[in-house]
Design a protein around this ligand. Structure first.
Ligand code: ZN
Length: 142
């Protein structure tokens, strides 16, 4: 049984490696889509995932960004709070799926199906990305 690589970079995060602030909202979204893809893959193959890291929003680049620079870039308003909330919701939903995957639950694939809490949380991140792109447009110098 192979242990999938998910979360490896989060485990090794140091200040030097922190790059969340350099990433665009689209890149943050891509990371979470990749996480979703790996969970789906692991559910099929029976591989284990790093549920401990997946469960922790601050262990991913977007979480770091929100925790450190995000509040400066977005301000402490409704969009910032929505971003933190949606990001947390995604990791919470992903944790439940990850745990189901790790015990090879027959439910794990259904837990990622359209309409599931996980799918809705991922969709929430997609909607959020549109708003973040709009809000950050012009603020960041390319
Ligand atoms: Zn995240």
């Amino acid at each position: 049984m192979t242990r999938r690589a998910l979360g490896w970079r989060s485990n090794n995060l140091t200040t030097n490696q922190y790059r969340g602030a350099l990433m665009t909202p689209d890149e943050h979204l891509a990371y979470h889509r990749e996480l979703a893809r790996e969970l789906a893959e692991a559910a099929k193959t029976g591989d284990r995932v790093d549920a401990f890291s997946i469960a922790r929003p601050l262990r991913c680049d977007m979480g770091h960004w929100l925790h450190h620079d995000g509040v400066d870039e977005l301000g402490d308003g409704p969009l910032y709070r929505e971003a933190v909330e949606r990001h947390n919701e995604f990791h919470k939903a992903a944790e439940l799926v990850a745990k189901a995957v790790n015990v090879r639950s027959s439910e794990s694939q259904r837990m990622m199906a359209p309409g599931s809490t996980f799918a809705i949380a991922l969709n929430g991140l997609e909607m959020l990305t549109i708003k973040l792109n709009r809000a950050l447009k012009g603020q960041r110098v390319a």
